[in-house]
Design a protein around this ligand. Structure first.
Ligand SMILES: Nc1ncnc2c1ncn2[C@@H]1O[C@H](COP(=O)(O)OP(=O)(O)OP(=O)(O)O)[C@@H](O)[C@H]1O
Length: 587
């Protein structure tokens, strides 16, 4: 019998490295009338092990079941979550066991409320701070905090007056260090609250004017306990909201932001999944967030993932819970009753791909796949790190860093809705605004209607790109550039680098176009319908169907070119496809 979504049930914490728990927020006043019942409910729990939850779409009766470590319903308080899930890991940091607690979920699902709370109902962050401080009282232990955000794979110190960017560098042991990150001692809750609330405001001030960036960054509050030497640390993270770009219609810089968010969340899930499966290779290095958290995720560290749900959003909840369940490496299953309602039953995708490859006699692909799924698999030669790290150099690295600044400036220039007080724009951005020739930059709105069409056109069957009219050529080329809006800023900035040559400038442009093409190709695979997919070279009916099934599992299964191995495309095939697409544009 299904228990009400509001009952508090949770399994006692286990010794697994990462616990994955569900948190359903109450309906907001604006949602109360539109949804009679929450889309998620607790089906059963087994003390000491796990819970089973049901997600049900009120409109279609479609339903899915998942197993997780604990369930917190609409009436459960944050302090209940704290007592059951967080207080135990706090004890560990005094014994040198690092911990990470993070809230994951779609925008508006209650992550910030859970982590930050309100004045009347403090969230997990203030509760953790007060517990740590209380445990230090009367001991030699001292407490320090740091607070930073990861935005577009770059880190900003929120305890510094100007949300200073901090560099993430490997130390001699291969561990990531945030160079220059402030660690501020706190002795009381008053001191903590003062620092924390300033940091929270800074997070908003730093990026709100640049279009909702506060919900587009991962914010990490760390508490570090030391006696003579550092004992341990807990990271409390309010992750950026996951996004489905088919629904948000993101484009331009927002699409890039969203891609980075989804990519880093996907990597985080892969890391957790690999940890829970005890794999030898943990893909920490595939995102900034997981690199930074490497010493707090895995090894002897403990972590708790709190998957937050909006009770009124079925599909969004399915996306969140399926990723959470995948992180826990406990596959979801569909009840026989709902199998009839739900034609697309979840299956083991790896087994399915294997069977499909076998049926096609693709033994080489199966061997490749074996390598891919092996725990000691090495990176594919065509992995994203290769794509994003131009062979040369210093100039290219710098140009990549500038790329993002350029994006922000452009947003300010072209979005009439955005009014950023000049004192809130970092000085280097103001400098760029003055120097950036507005006229030559393409407007996002001009490109808006062309965006999808040009994307489809650029990636349409190779044959249709072969003899475009002159107009088509210019449309394609323009849109390739429009879709990579930073390029004009990029090249103008390259010019200012002492010693930069014309060749550096050209290389920077080429590298950006290549990245843009790759990104568009991946985006296309993430959004195109079956017919459109089939028109792509190398993707027939079966592969198109398989792609759609992968998208059922995860809203954006293709984050990097390496993900294309999952559909049985070799790196050589991918290179050929992209090369032909690019040459089609310039014919
Ligand atoms: N347990 C709760 N009780 C009451 N209101 C809640 C609760 N959880 C969330 N809310 C409300 O729901 C709304 C969305 O919550 P919140 O801002 O925390 O979402 P979020 O996931 O952090 O979104 P974003 O990704 O955009 O930052 C807010 O108005 C918040 O006050």
């Amino acid at each position: 019998m299904a228990a009400a979504a509001t009952s508090a049930r949770s399994a006692a914490p286990s010794s697994q490295p990462v616990r994955v728990v569900l948190r359903v927020r109450p309906f907001l006043p604006s949602e109360a009338t539109s949804a009679a019942a929450p889309c998620v409910s607790l089906l059963g729990s087994h003390p000491g092990s796990e819970v089973t939850v049901q997600l049900k779409d009120q409109h279609t009766s479609r339903s899915e079941h998942y197993k997780l470590d604990a369930f917190f319903g609409q009436e459960d308080s944050i302090s209940q979550i704290f007592d059951r899930e967080v207080s135990t890991v706090i004890q560990g940091i005094f014994e040198g066991v690092n911990a990470t607690v993070f809230a994951y979920g779609a925008t508006g699902s209650g992550k910030t409320y859970t982590m930050q709370g309100t004045e009347d109902f403090p969230g997990l962050i203030p509760l953790a701070a007060s517990t740590v401080l209380a445990l230090c009282t009367g001991t030699w232990c001292s407490v320090e905090i740091s607070y930073y955000e990861v935005y577009m794979e770059r880190c900003y110190d929120l305890l510094e007056p100007k949300a200073k960017e901090i560099m993430a560098l490997d130390d001699k042991d291969g561990n990531m260090q945030l160079k220059g990150l402030s660690w501020v001692p706190v002795r009381s809750m008053e001191e903590f609250q003062e620092l924390y609330s300033i940091g929270v405001q800074r997070r908003k001030v730093a990026h709100t004017g640049l279009n909702d960036v506060s919900s587009r960054s991962h914010a990490v509050l760390s508490l570090r306990v030391s006696a003579d030497v550092v004992k341990g640390r807990i990271n409390l993270i309010d992750l950026a909201g996951s996004e489905d770009n088919r629904r948000t219609f993101n484009e331009g810089i927002r699409l890039q932001e969203s891609a980075k968010i989804n990519q880093s969340l996907f990597t985080l899930s892969n890391v957790i999944s690999a940890l829970n499966k005890n794999e030898l290779r943990i893909p920490y290095r595939e995102s900034k967030l997981t690199r930074i958290l490497q010493d707090s995720l895995g090894g002897s560290s403990r972590a708790v993932m709190i998957a937050c749900l909006n009770p009124a959003e079925y599909q969004e909840s399915v996306n969140t819970v399926s990723l959470a369940a995948r992180s826990r490496h406990i596959g979801n299953f569909t009840s026989s009753a709902s199998k009839q309602e739900t034609p697309k039953v979840k299956v083991d995708m790896e087994a399915k791909l294997r069977a499909w490859l076998e049926s096609k006699g693709k033994t080489k692909s199966i061997q490749r796949m074996d390598g891919l799924f092996s725990p000691i698999a090495s990176k594919t030669p065509f992995s994203v790190s290769h794509m994003k790290q131009p062979a040369s150099s210093r100039i290219s690295c710098r140009s990549k860093a500038m790329d993002q600044d350029g994006g922000k400036i452009k947003k300010i220039l072209f979005d009439p809705e955005v009014h950023v007080p000049t004192e809130k724009i970092p000085r280097e951005h103001m400098q760029n605004e003055v120097n950036t020739p507005k006229k030559v930059l393409p407007s996002v709105t001009q490109c808006k209607e062309k965006h999808e069409a040009s994307l489809r056109k650029a990636l349409s069957p190779i044959s249709s790109n072969v003899v475009p009219t002159n107009q088509q050529i210019s449309d394609n080329v323009n849109c390739a550039i429009l879709l990579e809006p930073q390029t004009p800023i990029e090249t103008s900035k390259i010019e200012k680098i002492p010693g930069a040559t014309l060749l550096d400038k050209f290389n920077a442009l080429g590298s950006n176009l290549k990245e843009a093409l790759v990104q568009q190709y991946l985006d296309f695979l993430n959004v195109a319908n079956k017919e459109e997919l089939q028109q792509l070279k190398g993707i027939g009916v079966r592969r198109a169907e398989y792609i759609l099934e992968l998208r059922e599992e995860s809203p954006t299964p293709f984050k990097t070119l390496a993900d294309l191995e999952n559909i049985g495309l070799s790196s050589k095939q991918i290179q050929d496809i992209l090369r032909k697409t690019a040459s089609g544009i310039f014919k």
